[in-house]
Every structure is written in C-alpha cells, then in structure tokens.
Design a protein around this ligand. Sequence first.
Ligand code: UT7
Length: 310
Amino acid sequence: MNAGLLGVGKYVPSHILTNQDLENRMDTSDEWIRTMTGIEERRIADEETDTSHMAHDAAVEAIKDAGIKPEEIGLIIVATVTPDRPFPSVSSMLQYQLGAVNAAAMDVSAACAGFMYGIVTAKQFVESGTYDYVLVVGVEKLSKITDWEDRNTAVLFGDGAGATVVGKVSEGRGILSFELGADGSGGKHLYQDDKLKMNGREVFKFAVRQMGQTALNVIEKAGLAKEDVDYLIPHQANIRIMEASRERLGLPVEKMSKTIHKYGNTSSASIPISLVDDLADGKIKDDDIVVFVGFGGGLVWGGLCMRWGK
Ligand code: UT7
C-alpha cells in the first residue's frame, strides 16, 4: 500500500504585480524579466494577509476536496520559510483555526524544496499506519523578506499557498519513489539575513544540475524509464531551469507544468499551486506517471515519482 494525494487546494492573493509595475519602481524591464525568468506577473499579499491566512484557505479547499473532516487529520505539516513569527508554528495556528483537534503540528524549513520534504514525511506516517490523513501545506509570504531595492531578486518572487491531504490510495497508485538531499556547503548562495540574499548564477548552475538528476533518480527508483513519464511538475523558479529538466527527461513542452508566468517563484507553494491548476486544466489523469522535483536554499532538493489517482 502506498500513500498518495487525496485532495488539493490553493490560495493566491488577488493583487497582481506585473512586470510593468516593476519597471515603474526599479531599473528593470518586462523584456529582461520575461526572457531571463519566464515571469510575467506575480501575486502579492496585503498587510493583513499573513502566511497562516493563506495556508488556512488552501487547507480548507484541500480538506473539502479529499472529502474528510478536520478532526480526522493526524498530523499537519507546513513547509514555509516565511512563518507569521518564529513561533508558534504556522501548523499549530492552522490546527486551531481548522478545528483539527486530533492533529499534531510541525513546520518544516526546506525553502523551495519544503513541499517535497513535507510530502515525503507525510508518506512515512501514512505507510507506517500511524496516521490515516496528513495535511501538507506549502506556503510563503516572500514579499515580506524581499529586498525591493535589489532588482536581482525583487522581480522573482510571489506569495501564495498550496495544500494537499496525504492518505492511503488503491494498490499500484500513489508515491512510488522519492529522493531528498542536502548540500549545506552551498548555503551561502541563498539565505535570509533580514532580507533575502541570493547569488543567482550559483543557484542557477546547481538547480540545472540537481533538478534533472533527481528527476532521473526517482524514475529509476520507481523501476520506470523516462519514456514512462506522463507529466513533470518542477519547482517554478526560472523557465530556463525548468526547460533544462524537461529536456533531460526528453519530454515535450505540453508535458511540463508551467505556472511561473502567472505567479513567479512562490518557493514551497509553487509545486502544489501548479498541481491545483494542472488538475483543473485536465492535464493530469488517473494512472498517469507524474514526477515532482524541487530545489532551494540550504541548498536542498527533493523529488518523487507517483502514479496519480486515489
Ligand atoms: O527557488 C530558488 C531561488 N532562486 C532561483 O531559482 C534563481 C536561480 N537563478 C536565476 O534564475 C538567474 O540567475 C537570474 C534570473 C536571477 C539571473 O540570471 P543570470 O543569467 O544569472 O544573470 P546575471 O545575474 O548574471 O545578470 C545578467 C545581467 C547583469 O547585468 P550586466 O552585469 O551583464 O550588465 C545584471 O545586472 O542582468 C542584469 N540584471 C537585470 N537587468 C534587468 C539582473 N537583474 C536584472 C533585472 N532587470 N531585474
């Protein structure tokens, strides 16, 4: 028996910040941002909307989609590097707000790979029989740690949340394999020191190398070949990094998720937000082989291969 995804949900703020808006605020251009990153616009949360609010709205949708009650959840995992405050954890706030009275709660800090770390952790608890349902949320309010004076990073990020309920699925479906990894020697290339700081070039090189390799590793661990893959959902950090992973798997353009143009890089929320949009657009069908892969500050990475469906 494998663990799989029983329901999904997302929340993105209504306020849209376009590349043109950024042109008016700093020395950049729509042309540069589109060509170098693939981003056209991103969502920015207002003052009153903090990380826990976005997490809550995405979670409510995922719980409804899974057809379960909050009191059936055994564990809540929130992947975020932008919690409302260092503690209490966003997951504890969520536990109370949702009325998930039987749930334990913990936050996971693995930057843009946080959702992958969360799902793989949830899988262990479900497959060991410890919990029937684990709620996993990837959520970021990156706008509050963005240095709006630094054009190298300010144009890249957006706010949002994506959630899923992990539970048992039918034989043959669910998470077939995974890989998590870390290389702390690269921590200096992407970190928060009051505001977010990044050596874009170094992160880019690491991401191109690691994303493709992790995708290939999880396919092999699942006993499958590249040709078996129906759909790839890469972390939405930069269209050029995503394209490199797609090409390494030999997949056509339509078999890779692309939401970066609408939301920018939402870190741990990017994979679940993309999943919600792709399901709504009918891009993933039951029994499709889907590969997820993410990387981020740490440096860390994570991927998994699953056969879609309950
Ligand atoms: O989720 C993980 C988080 N991070 C990432 O995934 C980021 C990975 N890195 C990247 O996506 C890319 O490194 C960037 C898109 C951030 C930058 O692309 P690059 O090919 O590494 O460019 P660069 O930083 O070497 O900059 C090239 C030029 C520079 O000008 P000069 O020195 O050649 O005259 C920059 O000053 O582009 C300039 N530049 C900009 N120009 C207009 C940098 N940012 C901007 C900007 N608008 N916003």
